[in-house]
Design a protein around this ligand. Structure first.
Ligand code: CP
Ligand code: NVA
Length: 300
């Protein structure tokens, strides 16, 4: 059978995505009950990080250990990738030695090229264009707190970035509506918006996006790799802050998510994470469970 990768949310069918999400909820329960479940004894995860990470690294490494396997952390500083060894050659070599690979990198085509030359499943741990593992955790969190995704309205406020792109894919796959509010010039790719216009709508203001929505999500205004634009972004995004007053315009049962790390006083107010509608700590924890379910799915 062909090797399955997870480079975007489109790599799994809607039924497969739901299977992974429900398995994540089950694995979480098993862990809470102290069940020892080690299907990956002797298996190794290779983790290539070209950008910083707290949640992604810890969740993959801990998840692999809990499954009885192990993980290797690889950074460009101490591998030949950082000295110019081609991605294709690195993929051929690394995938002969490990059982599954996770990559966090810059251009999305780097992970596509790696996957094309890999013998084992490759998971996207974030690229400039997509962050599908985070969305798995977000969807699991929504299901746990509010049930079905189908027919719901989600609001994306802020940058039309990698997280926003993955939310667009999720809306398409799992049948919810996404309203997107970004400052002019920071919207998602217009071609993507046209392709997904059945499930994703660009609106003008943060208020337009959140009106009656069931989930409000945002992210940093300056993503990794965009540090030079930080001060201009701070000015341009000023009216796109999520705070309890903005949340009051959403559905009365709305919840708030942020993939973290968060910048209090920028994309969220100082008090937003203390608001009872914020579920960000559950969301962060679910990275662990969702990725364990994903690895189990890809390696079976
Ligand atoms: N949300 C997320 O991916 O966090 P890290 O950058 O810490 O991995
Ligand atoms: N959009 C952010 C997400 C960080 C988890 C970034 O790419 O830096």
């Amino acid at each position: 059978m062909a090797v399955r990768h997870f480079l975007t949310l489109l790599d799994l069918s809607p039924a497969e995505l739901l299977e992974v999400l429900h398995r994540a909820i089950e694995l979480k329960k098993m862990r809470a009950e102290g069940v020892v479940y080690e299907p990956f004894k002797g298996k190794v995860l290779g983790m290539i990080f070209e950008k910083s990470s707290t949640r992604t690294r810890v969740s993959f490494e801990a998840g692999m250990a809990q499954f009885g396997g192990s993980a290797i952390f690889l950074s460009p500083r101490d591998t030949q990738l950082g000295r110019g060894e081609p991605v294709e050659d690195s993929a051929r070599v690394i995938s002969r030695m490990v059982d599954i690979v996770m990559i966090r990198t810059f251009a999305h085509d780097i992970i596509e090229r790696f996957a094309a030359h890999s013998r084992v499943p490759v998971i996207n741990g974030l690229t400039d264009d997509h962050h599908p593992c985070q969305i798995l955790a977000d969807l699991q969190t929504f299901i746990e707190h509010r049930g079905d995704l189908k027919g719901k309205t989600f609001a994306w406020v802020g940058d039309g970035n990698n997280m926003c792109n993955s939310y667009i894919h999720a809306a398409h796959q799992l049948d919810f509506q996404l309203r997107i509010a970004c400052p002019y010039g920071f919207e998602p790719d217009p071609e993507v918006l046209t392709q997904y216009k059945h499930c994703a709508t660009l609106v003008k203001t943060a208020e337009d996006a959140v009106a009656g929505a069931h989930l409000i999500a945002t992210d940093v205004w300056t993503s990794m790799g965009q540090e030079a634009e930080q001060s201009i972004r701070k000015r341009r995004f000023a009216t796109y802050q999520v705070n309890p007053r903005l949340m009051d315009l959403a559905s009365p049962d709305a919840i708030f998510m942020h993939c973290l790390p968060a910048h209090r006083g920028e994309e969220i107010s100082e008090d937003m994470l203390d608001d009872p509608r914020a579920v960000v700590w559950d969301e962060a924890e679910n990275r662990l469970h969702a990725q364990k379910a994903l690895m189990e799915f890809l390696m079976r």
